[in-house]
Design a protein around this ligand. Structure first.
Ligand SMILES: CC(C)(COP(=O)(O)OP(=O)(O)OC[C@H]1O[C@@H](n2cnc3c(N)ncnc32)[C@H](O)[C@@H]1OP(=O)(O)O)[C@@H](O)C(=O)NCCC(=O)NCCS
Length: 168
């Protein structure tokens, strides 16, 4: 298999045949992602084979906030009591059906975590937050150490300290 790369979505990328099995996530890539990126609502990054334009996967990143009482108490105790705490929101992370089970989901996730860590060194963010769209997504994120916010099983986070430790 040719080695894949991840790059910011732009108009050269062919999104027309992308299919992940969840229509809303396909539609987002095809109809909304460029506009969100242009308006800086969410930055989209796509998985491609270098020199080809077909999108094989994607994820989005945005700035967001949580409150201290959404964190598990043992972690909240260690964080200054500001009303809002900054996080990087990993809004979606999706791989084309043809590539599932080949390690590309993990590859995209590591890329997203690395970019989030870079961003946090410039604007501050205590964690990467994900909003799992279904039970399978939830178990995928748990597999990589994400844990739920208080009482919100579908909203999971990984502290930026943990993300930093992944990259030495
Ligand atoms: C979830 C998704 C991104 C996983 O991508 P993938 O390329 O199939 O996963 P990978 O092959 O990279 O798997 C990496 C590891 O995660 C594990 N894994 C994959 N999907 C998993 C799941 N749903 N639950 C638990 N573990 C999972 C694999 O077993 C593998 O573990 P290992 O390295 O210990 O063997 C993909 O199935 C997908 O696009 N799903 C539809 C969209 C979606 O629900 N996205 C998430 C939220 S928006």
């Amino acid at each position: 298999m040719a080695s894949h790369g991840v790059e910011p979505l732009d108009k050269r990328h062919d999104r027309s045949v992308f299919s992940c099995g969840t229509e809303a996530l396909d539609r987002y890539l095809k109809q909304q992602a460029r506009q969100d990126a242009d308006k800086r609502v969410a930055a989209a990054f796509v998985l491609v084979v270098p020199t080809a334009s077909q999108v094989l996967g994607y994820y989005t990143l945005s700035a967001s906030t949580i409150t201290a009482d959404e964190l598990p108490p043992e972690l909240a105790r260690k964080i200054p009591r500001y009303p809002q705490l900054p996080v990087v929101l990993l809004g979606r992370l999706v791989v084309d059906t043809t590539l599932k089970g080949c390690g590309q989901g993990e590859f995209l996730l590591m890329d997203a975590l690395h970019r989030s860590l870079d961003a946090a060194s410039m604007v501050g963010a205590i964690a990467v937050l994900v909003e799992a769209k279904n039970a399978s997504a939830e178990t995928f994120y748990r597999h990589f150490g994400f844990t739920p916010l208080q009482g919100q099983p579908a909203r999971l986070f990984l502290s930026m300290k943990t993300v930093a430790s992944l990259f030495g």
